[in-house]
Design a protein around this ligand. Structure first.
Ligand code: IMP
Length: 194
């Protein structure tokens, strides 16, 4: 069987690794480094959908290859959905994961409603056409960090029904329930039936 090859439009090595863990042998995921594409991908949208589409189309225009991009936001109820589309740079341009976590914990200090959800939108461009897939996981924001796996807000995100934060779980458990895992499962199913 010939494996479907897809370029993944990201410069984030954590995400590339996670996506490969999620897709396993079902897809051949090609990173930008693998095709010698060293470029900043524009991300100027005001919604996850806009950003995912913008990134996928940018790479498609550059390479002409089947490709996909994802965009994720952490949507916190008590913060009216923030940081949302601005999750990566919530504490400012060039900030670290640590800075973002500190800002969120400060804003939630003393707040009782700690409900939140990760939402991921994947934009696939396959044989010249665009398709969107969404995945979501509900949970709560802890009052302090737990665990050192994963990335981003993982140490403070406790998925619904779990006793471990995303950062405390083995990768395969996180990927089985995560926003990105769910969106990617939909994309893989779509490709299997194409
Ligand atoms: P991106 O759009 O997937 O690059 O995600 C934007 C930001 O959301 C990242 O920089 C992280 O801070 C956060 N994020 C995305 N996915 C995850 C995840 O699986 N766990 C924790 N944080 C995440």
């Amino acid at each position: 069987m010939i494996m479907t090859e897809l370029v993944f439009a990201t410069n984030n090595s954590h995400k590339l690794r996670e996506i490969r863990e999620i897709t396993g042998d079902s897809l051949n995921i090609v990173g930008l480094g693998d095709i010698g594409l060293n470029t900043e991908i524009p991300e100027t949208g005001t919604t996850l959908e806009e950003n995912a589409r913008q990134k996928a189309h940018f790479i498609y225009e550059k390479t002409g290859r089947n490709c996909f991009a994802d965009d994720t936001g952490l949507e916190i109820d008590a913060l009216e959905g923030r940081p949302g589309v601005y999750s990566a740079r919530y504490a400012g341009e060039g900030c670290q994961f640590e800075d973002n976590i500190r800002k969120v914990l400060k804003e939630l200090s003393g707040v009782e409603n700690r409900k939140a959800a990760f939402r991921c939108v994947v934009c696939l461009i396959y044989e010249g056409k665009e398709y969107l897939f969404e995945g979501r996981i509900h949970g709560t924001i802890m009052t302090e960090k737990h665990g050192d796996g994963g990335f981003g807000y993982d140490p403070v995100f406790l998925p619904e029904g779990s006793r471990q934060t995303f950062a405390e779980m083995p990768a395969h458990l996180k990927n089985g329930i995560s926003h990105r895992g769910r969106a990617m499962t939909k994309m893989m199913k779509f490709l299997r039936n194409f």
